[in-house]
Design a protein around this ligand. Sequence first.
Ligand SMILES: [Zn+2]
Length: 277
Amino acid sequence: MRKIHLAALAAALMLFMFHPAIALPVASNVAGGIALVTLGTVLDSPDRPSAWLGDRPVWVAAEDGHWIAVVGVPLDTRAGRQTLRMRANGAERTTSFEIREKHYAEQRITLKDSSKVTLSPEDEARALAEIERIQALKKHWRPSAETETDFAKPVAGRLASRFGLRRIFNGEPRAPHSGLDVAARRGTPVGAPAAAIVLAVDDYFFNGKTVFLDHGNGLLSMYCHLDRIDVKPGETLRKGQTLGRIGATGRASGPHLHWSVVLNGTMVDPELFLKRR
Ligand SMILES: [Zn+2]
């Protein structure tokens, strides 16, 4: 018994001493935000616990001797108590966290090209197939010892539409804005906000030329409406490396970057990754 305890203590100390300190994003316990849920200490459970929100695995990071679940909160989450399923020391249990009310702004948009609002049957079939492909990409999970969350802004420019904006196109309510728009001139280079592996590149009906980056542990980022893509799937990018150029491909009223960040399969507010704790 004593031997096992000593082994566990040694493992915990090794992890505590040699695990690089990970700067976690800023917590924001709202729909579309990030909840940081403490799952116990490294001493109590030397092996990294696992956690799930619904059926989606959640990233569990080590910080200051504690295991912290970094939970992406879906934008359609109601305020109140949420349940997180976890497994530590071989036993499964649940823990909970609180989500506050947040009212996102509303915007009415008039698009002259109505073909991008009311779709033809062919365009609708294409768009639906692409949405399924994007949904599958959002679930991508690559375990990684390091996940950098101190993001650099991918492009210098004015922040236009913010994450969560409730949009009404030509009088028809649409899904809330699932990313952050940054306005910049066509051709401006767009850089990786942190080290990443290129997960996918594609040309979509709505999103136009798009790059998906994988930062590890279910943290992904997506860059849309690019004029040109400069990377290929599987390529490793360092922070700041150019992935493409600003454009207006797909459904875009002008050149801008639509930037989305995905955590445990759900879109969260990219601005949370630009703030420092
Ligand atoms: Zn956008």
